[in-house]
Design a protein around this ligand. Structure first.
Ligand code: C2E
Ligand code: CA
Ligand code: CA
Ligand code: CA
Length: 278
């Protein structure tokens, strides 16, 4: 038994080491990724449920690693948040999304909103305002078409500074969306304390909305409360016709999900847009 115990311990130490090494190599590769522009943005349509027309796009980052191929954001964003590399990634994403939006407009496609995910890590110390102004450049009339998606954990940190940053973002006329709504703590108080325009109902509620009465109760409550506060409600993760019909019947404003479209490269997204009349 003693021998076995030592083996377990060794095994444990080895796997700890392996995890640390992997993390370290990912951090190093992330630095190169920024230098070599290995990131791309995919776009997923945000659809007006009543008309089924595209009204927006959420930009979702992918990392095209030279050896490992495409890496999903859930794998590297948390590491970038811890290392601080997220600041440079956020700047890259904002710039790339704004350039894309401008290109679509110049190509004669209909004007839509573009939503960008901003990770939590010390939002107030990222000079986000400077980055936004730089990214949007002279397109000042277009500030209202840029939406920033933040999660509740952003609001949980250093509240005073975060509130002031969000107020400055609002002063520029950008829209702020609260992502993954309903999954964090004290969601309700955040809605009254922070200048939020859009509520994105988390996919976990939408997924079970047909089969789980509990989810339906929560969704109804979010929509009623959100609308009474004049907020736009977006349902994430609509995968079936049934879910779409239900969310529409519940008067949810917009939806996103595989039922409409998967996230796609910018060129494919432009094709969807071109098919819609102006
Ligand atoms: P999120 O912001 O909640 O993004 C929605 C995620 O759900 C995306 O995964 C999207 O591909 C996926 N999705 C969309 N429709 C459906 C559906 O109908 N069913 C299911 N099962 N999934 C659906 P993705 O692209 O892998 O992104 C994962 C997360 O990574 C995002 O969650 C966001 O938190 C983060 N992320 C993505 N792009 C960025 C970025 O540019 N910057 C930062 N900081 N974070 C990002
Ligand atoms: Ca999002
Ligand atoms: Ca989300
Ligand atoms: Ca998420």
């Amino acid at each position: 038994a003693k021998k076995n115990g030592r083996n377990n311990y060794q095994f444990y130490m080895e796997s700890l080491n392996r995890a640390a090494t992997e993390r370290f190599s990912m951090e190093r590769d992330l630095n190169k990724a920024l230098e070599n522009e290995e990131f791309v943005l995919f776009y997923q349509p945000q659809v007006d449920l009543a008309s089924r027309r595209i009204v927006g796009a959420e930009a979702l980052i992918r990392w095209i690693h030279p050896l490992k191929g495409m890496i999903a954001p859930d794998t590297f964003i948390p590491i970038a948040e811890e290392s601080g590399q997220i600041i440079d990634i956020n700047r890259w994403v904002l710039q790339a999304a704004c350039n894309q939006k401008r290109d679509w407009l110049h190509a004669g496609l209909k004007a839509i909103r573009v939503a960008v995910n901003l990770s939590g890590y010390k939002l107030s110390s990222q000079n986000i305002i400077g980055t936004i102004k730089e990214a949007l450049g002279k397109d000042s009339a277009d500030y209202q078409n840029l939406e920033l998606e933040i999660t509740e954990n952003v609001l949980m940190q250093e509240t005073r500074e975060t509130l002031s940053t969000l107020k400055q973002i609002k002063a520029l006329k950008l829209r702020i969306a609260l992502d993954d709504f309903g999954t964090g703590y004290s969601s309700l108080s955040y809605l009254t304390s922070f200048p939020v325009d859009v509520i994105k109902i988390d996919r976990s509620f939408v997924m079970g909305c047909i089969t789980e009465p509990k989810n339906l109760i929560i969704i109804k409550a979010i929509i009623a409360m959100g609308h009474s506060m004049d907020k736009r409600i977006v349902a994430e993760g609509i995968e079936t016709e049934e879910q779409f019909s239900l969310m529409k019947a519940l008067d949810c404003d917009e939806g996103q999900g595989y039922f409409f479209k998967h996230p796609v490269p910018a060129a494919d997204f432009a094709e969807f847009l071109a098919k819609e009349k102006l």
